[in-house]
Design a protein around this ligand. Sequence first.
Ligand code: F6R
Length: 243
Amino acid sequence: MNVQIFDTYSELSQRAADIVADLIQRLENPVLGLPTGGTPEGFYAALVRRQAEFDRLTTFNLDEYVGLPKEHAQSYYSYMKARLFDYLPLQPQRIHLPNGEATDAEAECHRYEEAIRAAGGIDLMILGLGHNGHIGFNEPGTPWESRTRRVSLAEVTRQANARFFASHEEVPKEALTMGIGTILEARQIIVLASGESKAQIIHRTLVGEPSLAVPATALRGHGNVTFLIDRAAAALLEPVVEI
Ligand code: F6R
């Protein structure tokens, strides 16, 4: 596992955008897995300033709330539109999010897995990290071989995401999410974490015993994972001696 520590959030965001721009240059049909939330905002802002052949890019978002209309301001579709899709020349048929309004969630999740497979799998998966170690919306206890499916959000996750809604009650209770098994099939994974509130979970993820209780520890078994974190999120890691 590779851990890169940056002085600022802006630097880690730029680095993530550099990696994606490089991927687009290297691959003919690059396929990217994408997160939402607070952490990747700087990455998306950096990405829209890059010059790259974005029309060749295929994207799959990690998750979507169940029950929020696509047009709702807090749907992950709206999030992506406001931060990325409206600014890059992505081809609409190459943009994918699970449909949280699907009447048959199981069929929708199956369709999503098939679409990832048909695209040739995910070349680079970008992840944020929940305070409880969730990746996507795979909450503690999720089996590591899990696939895309309908899940309940942990209360701590609903509380964390309440900052984006008018009230805590409005935060959806369920989502469709890629599974840990789906995520682990990506050829390369990058985890972004920023701020002191992530220091404890970064420490547990990188140093603690791998365990179902901390879903992100599943990443320790993947051969190509890079953590891009700022100094605040790295605060509990062993200090690197600088001379
Ligand atoms: C969002 C997602 C979540 C977030 C995580 C961290 O698509 O999959 O796992 O990455 O909840 O969220 P922030 O960045 O808001 O702390």
